[in-house]
Design a binder for this molecule. Sequence first.
Ligand SMILES: NC(=O)c1ccc[n+]([C@@H]2O[C@H](COP(=O)([O-])OP(=O)(O)OC[C@H]3O[C@@H](n4cnc5c(N)ncnc54)[C@H](OP(=O)(O)O)[C@@H]3O)[C@@H](O)[C@H]2O)c1
Length: 297
Amino acid sequence: MATLTIPEIGPKQVLVEVKATSINPIDWKLREGYLKQMFDWQFPIVLGWDVAGVIIKVGTEVTDWKIGDEVFARPDTTRKGTYAQFTAVDDNLLAHKPKNVSFEEAAAVPLARETAFQALFTHGKLQSGETVLIQAGSGGVGTYAIQLAKSFGAKVIITTSEKHFDLVKDLGADEIIDYRTEKITDKLKDIDLVIDTLGGINQEEAFSIMNPKTGRQISIVGESENTKEIIKDTNLQFESIWLQPNGDNLQKIADLMTQNKVKSIIDSVLPFSKDSIVKAHQISATNHSTGKVVIKF
Ligand SMILES: NC(=O)c1ccc[n+]([C@@H]2O[C@H](COP(=O)([O-])OP(=O)(O)OC[C@H]3O[C@@H](n4cnc5c(N)ncnc54)[C@H](OP(=O)(O)O)[C@@H]3O)[C@@H](O)[C@H]2O)c1
């Protein structure tokens, strides 16, 4: 494990002593170099963009936060991430950690949960009573998306495999498609909103099961090769999004957690060590984890 200096903070930042962080697929994708075009960073790079911890220093222009506050955040995407004992966070990205959840449960939330929130509501414009298909409902983003959509009054259909059926039912799924044995194109039609977490052929096939008048598909994994051609001359809408971290969004999510309306699903909690980070990346990179992998300090 490398020894780094404690990060300097700017006037509108706080320094957080990290109690827990969590793994997202972006971590190992970045490590493998897949996102080089988006983030042309110099080494060393500290990975990790989820944090739950305690504020130990505040910048000179920070007014809403104080030393000792228990917080969580999806910090800005910089090369100084959260796999570290201390991390700097912009004050507008912070939210109060709900008192009824642990640091580990809180660290699982920010990136995945804000993505689910923005895909469903900010971009997907989900309305109560609409039907939403959430691809990979048992994943980090999917487990939060099910709960958010359900609590908003939507009918929730998800894809996953059989080992996750009980979990996703418990989270609120109304209908489950086992992607290993069934095809969405045989089972579904008139879907108002599709949340695409898989891309490729999954994204392209989903257009045929969407409501021709109201159908929207929001992808968090980029646009597939034939998407433009498929939706040309139709009313179907498509958008590929990238999470914009937002402390106000996260505070809304924290409030839902305080009311026990949403919970974190955690695949595993590992201690902060080089071996654990390797293991955690291996679990996430299988694409078959259940909810989130968390690192505890
Ligand atoms: N644009 C953004 O801002 C943004 C933000 C967050 C994430 N992402 C991206 O979104 C993707 C999903 O992230 P995540 O954290 O939710 O992933 P994840 O936690 O790794 O997803 C794992 C889950 O996917 C399920 N799964 C795997 N293949 C499937 C298939 N063909 N059909 C249905 N379910 C399948 C697995 O269920 P089984 O074990 O049952 O197979 C597993 O539970 C990643 O590529 C990530 O990089 C983008």
